[in-house]
Design a protein around this ligand. Structure first.
Ligand code: ZN
Length: 171
């Protein structure tokens, strides 16, 4: 069975279970671009399903095609506050089996809470410092978003919790 997604509607508002196509640029407080869809296809997401960070979804609620949205999210609304307790020094020998440990290297750390990605931030002869914070933890997130199109989601998309077709999952 082939089912094409419904066509977009220029009057449709961003609401729960709509598929929204956006162009966005994310910058830090220094004005440096962290991420952007510029020059590529717009990002498609299923609104109200936790596919974007919550503060951004809230800012887009009720917008319509052509709207420009500028939103500045606090660290708590973004990727969380920077948590010093997630920075740990471990003995270099704990990483035996890894020949080359360097600053910026990403490792999968296993703990009682499961696996998480950590980044090596310092290396000495005896110790390695790892940081389990999200790379954007502690930062304000400045989003510039343009709503490109909005369409109703299909039942299947709602059941899956994500977008199908162009810009989405399953091709
Ligand atoms: Zn799916």
């Amino acid at each position: 069975m082939t089912c094409l997604p419904p066509a977009g509607d220029s009057l449709m508002q961003v609401a729960q279970d709509t598929v929204v196509f956006i162009h966005y640029t994310l910058t830090d407080d220094a004005g440096k671009t962290i991420d952007s869809s510029a020059g590529g296809e717009p990002l498609a997401y299923l609104h109200g399903n936790g596919n974007l960070i919550p503060g951004l979804e809230r800012a887009l609620e009720g917008k319509k095609v052509g709207d420009l949205v500028s939103v500045r999210l606090s660290p708590a609304e973004g990727y969380g506050e920077y948590d010093q307790e997630l920075v740990q020094s471990i003995p270099r020998r704990a990483l035996r089996g890894i020949d080359d440990v360097y600053v910026g290297m990403q490792l999968q750390a296993q703990s009682e809470y499961g696996s998480r990605t950590v980044v090596v931030t310092d290396v000495t002869d005896d110790t390695v410092t790892i940081d389990g914070n999200h790379p954007l933890a502690g930062q304000h997130l400045n989003f510039e978003v343009r709503i490109e199109s909005v369409r109703p989601a299909t039942d299947e998309e709602i059941a899956h919790g994500h977008v199908h077709g162009a810009g989405g999952y399953h091709g």
